[in-house]
Design a protein around this ligand. Structure first.
Ligand SMILES: Nc1ncnc2c1ncn2[C@@H]1O[C@H](COP(=O)(O)OP(=O)(O)O)[C@@H](O)[C@H]1O
Ligand SMILES: [Mg+2]
Length: 355
């Protein structure tokens, strides 16, 4: 898995032979700064972007292959024992309204380098069927994290935040609520040269600017009913800077961005996941102590914990989900939930590059 945060690659070796997935080994491989910069640049139209995007896709395939090989070495497992690599690729455009989404990767090269079946391009088929192509993890949450009579929400705080609503005796729903970490990451990178605001400490040192927070929350995406998905296409530094006066103290803007993430998630739970009792956090944002405090204050009646409590580590949830999605594809079973993405029907997702 390599998500919108552009932090790096999460490689998980998962045993899916039983009903409950077992995380066998993990390996995290951060992106070098130049690769992150190149990926950020590809989010916007620029000279020679077709050629550049294919060169970067090749670099990514080598990153994914290295991550796979390091993972298998750690686990002492041979490539011949692995059924498939589920590889999300790196999103550089997500435009379901135009009928496409782009996750860069070279699946052919990855299969060639690893000698393992590769499943990639998970989102396009759902969009072809009229869906958002996202989020895709709710099908996995539905399969393994439901409780028969407790209303749970799974909240993944990556670059973008997405929720899965597991209401007893109801169809599972899910959607993107808006920014997770990506605006906070971008703002601290600009002002302090850091990749992220550790534990939300910088945000906690500032004061929320209520008028700015309100202008940001006025973005139409927040009030729109699901199905909905989003990305850096909408939520980026330019979007933020359009709402800034220019005289704000940077720490106060960071505090406001943390409040934006927290409040937009809380509002999404209240509007679209009515009756939620328990919230389980995953993704890197689950480590942001200030953000978790903000969420707990905004949603006082709900018990907020990490997905560790449900047996899947918060840092590895998405990677495990994409291993499961790859298994679904290899077995020619659907991986999307039409009630989540808005697709016309369940689809077998992805493209297979045989070993
Ligand atoms: N200790 C921490 N404090 C605050 N934020 C954190 C911490 N650890 C990770 N993060 C955030 O999590 C992000 C990575 O989360 P991840 O789940 O990998 O997102 P994505 O799926 O978008 O790649 C980092 O960019 C950072 O913003
Ligand atoms: Mg990540």
């Amino acid at each position: 898995m390599s998500g919108t945060s552009l932090d790096g690659v999460d490689a998980a070796l998962v045993d899916l032979s039983q009903d409950i997935p077992r995380l066998v080994a993990t390996h995290y491989q951060p992106y070098a700064e130049p690769l992150k910069e190149a990926l950020l640049a590809l989010h916007h139209s620029a000279h020679d972007e077709l050629h550049q995007s294919h060169l970067i896709a090749n670099i990514l395939a080598r990153e994914y292959a290295n991550a796979t090989q390091s993972l298998l070495k750690k686990a002492g497992v041979d490539a011949t024992q692995v059924q498939a690599i589920g590889c999300h690729g790196q999103t550089v455009r997500h435009r379901p309204e135009h009928g496409y989404t782009i996750q860069l990767n070279n699946g052919a090269l990855l299969a060639e380098l690893c000698g393992i079946n590769v499943v990639g391009d998970f989102r396009s088929r759902d969009i072809a069927a009229g869906g958002q192509g996202a989020p895709l993890v709710p099908a996995f949450h539905d399969r393994v994290l439901r409780h028969p009579n407790i209303h749970r929400v799974i909240l993944n705080i990556g670059g973008i935040a997405n929720l899965t609503d597991l209401a007893p005796n109801k169809t599972t729903t899910g959607f993107d609520s808006g920014p997770g970490n990506l605006l906070m990451d971008a703002w601290i990178a600009k002002h302090q040269g850091k990749a992220y605001d550790k534990d939300g400490a910088w945000a906690a040192s500032g004061k929320v600017i209520p008028a700015l927070l309100q202008r940001l929350l006025d973005e139409a995406f927040f009030a729109a009913a699901p199905p909905k998905s989003t990305g850096r296409d909408l939520f980026n530094l330019r979007w933020l800077e359009r709402q800034l006066g220019g005289s704000e103290a940077p720490a106060d803007v960071q505090a406001t961005l943390l409040a934006l993430t927290g409040d937009s998630i809380a509002a999404a739970v209240q509007s679209f996941c009515v009756g939620t009792k328990e919230i389980y956090l995953c993704g890197g944002g689950a480590h942001n102590a200030a953000l978790v405090r903000h969420l707990q204050q905004a949603l006082p009646q709900r018990r907020i914990q990490k997905t560790e409590e449900l047996g899947i580590a918060a840092d590895w949830m998405e990677a495990v989900a994409f291993a499961w999605l790859a298994q679904q594809t290899m077995q020619l079973r659907p991986g999307n939930l039409p009630a989540v993405t808005g697709a016309a029907h369940p689809c077998v997702l992805g493209a297979i590059y045989p070993a």
